[in-house]
Design a protein around this ligand. Structure first.
Ligand code: SAM
Length: 269
């Protein structure tokens, strides 16, 4: 049985900081295996909490930097700290990652975190904005959100956010996680997913493409004619759609990335 009570129950979890601590060793081990760092690599852990992942990440033998917002956890985390593990007490969302890691030599950078779900999007945005090169970012998120992030065209979960993330990353699911794998037990089910920066980058500018996507998906039930009318040249949109045997009556949610990128290119040429 993988689930066992964590020894530091005397410290109450802080709901306001989204503290639901992992107590399921099967899940912990799956995350640890997914972070395929070697001894010359660097791991950044976001929100180490009581160290459920941290102690095992240390076993990989590489440097680990952990960002924890809750100072009260220092009495637990300080026991793990040594010349390979540094805990930075503060808000990861305000961190200057490049500055924090500038003195560490490493081959590959891995990021990992089990964080409050209300900061899932800000965390991903911060990592994109910080513009750091990394090999993989493994994160626990709400299952429903994972379904949206990884949705295929034509499904109900597919939308603007799916395509924005796809612009940057290949996303894969590591495992689904039952709410009983945490203490305290949260309300929602979870999934662990990995983000790997995309090597085959799209040759379109992010700002213009995202604005186009926002418009195309503006009203989910409306077709492209309605959503793009007055904003883009509909003749050019139709020309691009015709190459795929489609017309302006399609909805954005049924179009895959290749088609949407081609429409965007045709209206910005
Ligand atoms: N990783 C641990 C585990 O799996 O048991 C803790 C998970 S708990 C869901 C989230 C942790 O993130 C808490 O320790 C919380 O204090 C910390 N946290 C919340 N917001 C944070 C932020 N903005 N920056 C850094 N840590 C944060």
């Amino acid at each position: 049985m993988g689930i066992k009570p964590y020894p530091n129950f005397f410290m109450k979890a802080k709901k306001s900081l989204g503290q639901n601590f992992l107590i399921d060793n099967n899940v912990i081990n799956k995350i640890i295996d997914e972070v395929s760092a070697c001894k010359d690599d660097l791991i950044i852990e976001i929100g180490p909490g009581r160290g459920a992942l941290t102690s095992k990440l240390k076993n990989k033998g590489c440097n680990v930097i952990a960002y924890e917002l809750d100072n009260d956890l220092s009495n637990i985390l300080s026991k793990l700290e040594d010349n390979k593990l540094r805990v930075i007490y503060g808000d990861f969302l305000k961190s200057d990652i490049k500055e924090d890691i500038k003195d560490i030599k490493y081959n590959n950078l891995y990021l990992v975190g089990n964080l409050p779900y209300y900061i899932t999007t800000p965390i991903i945005e911060h990592i994109i904005d910080e513009n750091i090169e990394f090999s993989k970012f493994t994160i626990m998120i709400q299952k429903e959100v994972a379904d949206r992030f990884m949705a295929e065209a034509g499904t109900k979960d597919y939308g603007f956010i799916t395509l924005v993330l796809k612009y940057y990353f290949n996303i894969s699911k590591v495992c689904d996680v039952s709410k009983y794998s945490f203490n305290p037990v949260p309300k929602v089910e979870s999934s662990v997913v990995s983000f790997v920066p995309r090597k085959d980058k799209l040759d379109v500018d992010a700002d213009g493409y995202f604005k186009f996507l926002k418009n195309a998906f503006r009203q989910k039930r409306k077709n492209l004619r309605n959503n793009l009318n007055g904003l883009y040249d509909l003749d050019m949109v139709l020309q691009a759609l015709n190459k795929y045997g489609l017309d302006l009556s399609v909805r954005a949610e049924s179009l895959d990335e290749e088609i949407l990128v081609n429409i965007y290119k045709s209206v910005t040429q």
